[in-house]
Design a protein around this ligand. Structure first.
Ligand SMILES: [Zn+2]
Length: 59
């Protein structure tokens, strides 16, 4: 999932695809050219998972 923060109303919207047109669901501003960031939920889980995988392989 990707996340964009609206430059007008400052609310966050989520999408799995940043290549499509991205309209703020709250104020309808066009956010297509705003930089998308990875969603926090997965961003925090992934590095830990990968780290554990590497550890279990080495030991
Ligand atoms: Zn907005």
């Amino acid at each position: 999932m990707l996340r964009k923060t609206c430059t007008r109303c400052d609310k966050r919207s989520f999408s799995s695809d940043a290549s499509n047109r991205w309209i703020c669901p709250y104020c309808q501003k066009d956010l297509t050219h705003v930089l998308a960031e990875p969603s926090e939920m997965r961003c925090r889980r992934w590095p830990l998972r990968v780290f554990k995988l590497i550890r279990s392989r080495n030991s």
